[in-house]
Design a protein around this ligand. Structure first.
Ligand SMILES: Cc1ncc(C[n+]2csc(CCOP(=O)(O)OP(=O)(O)O)c2C)c(N)n1
Ligand SMILES: [Mg+2]
Length: 346
């Protein structure tokens, strides 16, 4: 990586350290992370009751990544992610009712019941999915970045993927082009230590992921604690500003951990209970809760009230989605082919 890029990254990190979230932001993030967790616990329950079918990958443990980073995104920015997408959609502001409806395959689902858990979309919020094929959405992020640059917009793409996806060819092609064309993209690698049951140390020749894109593609990398929501916000905001400033793309290696199995059917023989417990000690929700209590912004009474409110909201949305009608047979043919003359991007 050249000296100029190194200086730019140092400036970005210094800027991130000066960003101070307000008390109302911290409370909002606590609420959002709690909502994501309760939504997913409800998903797990309905899945185990065989009410929901298909693949389902839970985000439990990783909530601070989506919540902290998307707090730095503007409404005009573009978001794209892989199949572990519940947290990103909720943090982007999609209502949980069309998400539950999507899991139930209902007409009222955010993808009209055709996508399921891995294909949440919300065009209104520039949320471009939800993609099942590992690494396949990263070139789409590069395409979005190119559209932004071509149209001289101020937007940035937030592109999320896993540590496993970094070993796919699509990742390297997409980053090469993003580096070459200096596209405004924040690439966020959610390093949760595993790709299915394979530890990153058994899958990646270079395990210090933040080093993999600087010299190779001219996209500087920085690591960030993904279990710390305010830290995620600070770094993501500074990274987005770096991109908006016309400096090209940036790569964030986000250190995180998933508490549940890879998907709903995973006996998890590849890790010990002790390893899981070690990460759970740094639980992102518990950590922010402690900070808020220490600052006098939360107490047990307020926490109980908030949990009760969110629980009611989750149950109501879930119940409504479950009662909704199944799609008509004709729905099979709708939204399959894009209209080549239609507007893709606003
Ligand atoms: C091209 C392709 N190869 C294999 C799979 C099967 N597969 C699904 S998820 C996954 C692991 C990906 O791990 P990572 O990118 O770290 O994401 P995480 O599940 O940890 O969020 C694999 C191999 C797939 N969906 N697509
Ligand atoms: Mg992973």
């Amino acid at each position: 990586m050249g000296k100029t890029k190194e200086r730019q990254v140092t400036t970005m990190v210094e800027q991130s350290q000066r960003i101070e979230p307000s008390p109302s932001q911290l409370l909002d993030w606590y609420r959002q992370m709690t909502l994501i967790r309760q939504f997913e616990l409800r998903c797990a329950q309905s899945y185990q009751q065989q009410k929901i079918g298909g693949f389902c990958h839970l985000y439990i443990g990783q909530e601070a990544v989506a919540v902290g980073s998307l707090a730095a995104a503007r409404p005009s920015d573009y978001i794209i992610t892989a199949y572990r997408d519940h947290g990103h959609a909720i943090a982007r502001g999609t209502d949980i009712y069309p998400l539950f409806a999507e899991l139930y395959g209902k007409q009222t689902g955010c993808s009209h019941g055709k996508g399921g858990s891995m294909h949440f979309f919300d065009r209104e919020r520039n949320f471009f999915g939800g993609h099942a094929i590992v690494g396949a959405h990263i070139p789409l992020a590069t395409g979005l970045g190119w559209a932004i640059k071509y149209r001289r917009q101020e937007s940035v793409v937030f592109c999320y993927f896993g540590d496993g996806a970094m070993n796919q060819g699509a990742f390297h092609e997409a980053l090469n082009l993003a580096g070459l064309l200096k596209l405004p993209i924040v690439f966020l690698a959610e390093n949760n230590c595993y790709g299915m049951g394979t530890h990153v140390q058994r899958a990646s020749a270079v395990t210090d992921l933040k080093l993999r894109t600087g010299d190779a593609y001219g996209i500087p990398g920085k690591d960030v604690d993904g279990m710390d929501c305010p830290a995620m916000y600070r770094m993501s905001r500074a990274a987005a500003e770096y991109c908006r400033g016309g400096n090209g793309s940036i790569f964030l290696e986000v250190k995180t951990y998933r508490y549940r199995g890879h998907s709903m059917s995973d006996p998890q023989k590849y890790r010990t209970k002790e390893e899981l417990a070690q990460y759970q000690r740094y639980d992102p929700i518990g950590r922010l809760e402690k900070q808020l209590k220490d600052q006098g912004l939360l107490d047990e009474k307020k926490i109980d009230a908030l949990h009760h409110e969110i629980h009611t909201r989750v149950e109501e949305a879930h119940h409504r989605a479950e009662q909704d009608p199944d799609p008509e047979l004709d729905e099979v043919w709708r939204d399959i082919y894009a209209n080549p003359f239609g507007p893709y991007l606003s």
